[in-house]
Design a protein around this ligand. Structure first.
Ligand code: RP5
Length: 215
């Protein structure tokens, strides 16, 4: 009798471990997130989303889809996203920024919009003359968030593509428990790094610390 019970417990464990393994494999093998952007100019900002997803080994597929320059492709992309089984789409666009809203109107996949303020130059130091938008990204932010009732798109802050990546992970974590653990670790890393800086600031004094940080 006892052997039968222990055998049963052993079998249940194997089934549970296999399930966990399968779940982990499910998010490590196929792309779960589709990242799209309105122009190659957005890639500098949008890489923030891919960086965080790569760090946590979440596969994503990245493409350029312009709502204005390639409107037919936009509808095709929505079908492609459904076929691929993407769980979330992260869509970044600047200026009039219709991409996130238009993609959302073609699919039931949740869309996270990234309002983008692009600079059309390659210099790390930005000047106002190379700004694409005259409205500092507020145009894109409003365009993305002010969707009509019944057609929601959520938005992160201007140029905060990394936050879109983290938010996507949070949504995926409801399905993949292993990711939840990783997100908890991410939070505790953030806590530790704030504590480390606070200790340094306390030791060095505010003036010295700020001078060093922003030199
Ligand atoms: C938007 O226009 C794009 O999303 C991009 O942010 C902006 C500028 O694009 P380019 O003119 O540099 O291609 O549609």
């Amino acid at each position: 009798m006892i052997t039968r019970i222990t055998d049963q417990i052993f079998c249940n464990r194997i089934v549970n471990y296999s399930l966990v393994f399968l779940i982990i494999m499910a998010y490590s093998k196929k792309p779960l997130v589709g990242i799209i952007m309105g122009s190659s100019s957005d890639s500098r900002i949008m890489q923030g989303a891919s960086e965080i997803l790569d760090e946590y080994k979440i596969k994503h597929e990245d493409q350029i889809v312009s709502a204005h320059r390639t409107p037919a492709r936009l509808a095709e992309y929505a079908k492609h996203a459904e076929k691929m089984g993407f769980k979330i789409i992260i869509a970044g666009a600047g200026g009039a920024a219709h991409l996130p809203g238009m993609i959302a109107s073609h699919t039931t996949i949740p869309v996270i919009g990234v309002p983008i303020l692009v600079y059309n130059d390659k210099h790390p130091k930005k000047s106002d003359t190379t700004k694409f938008s005259a409205f500092g990204g507020l145009d894109s932010l409003l365009s993305i968030t002010e969707m009509p009732s019944g057609s929601p798109v959520v938005a992160v802050g201007v140029n905060k593509a990394g936050n879109a990546g983290i938010y996507a992970m949070k949504m995926l974590a409801n399905e993949f428990p292993d990711l939840k653990k990783k997100l908890k670790q991410h939070k505790s890393n953030q806590h530790n790094s704030v504590m480390k800086e606070s200790d340094q600031l306390k030791k060095q004094g505010l003036s010295k610390f700020a001078k060093k940080k922003f030199k």
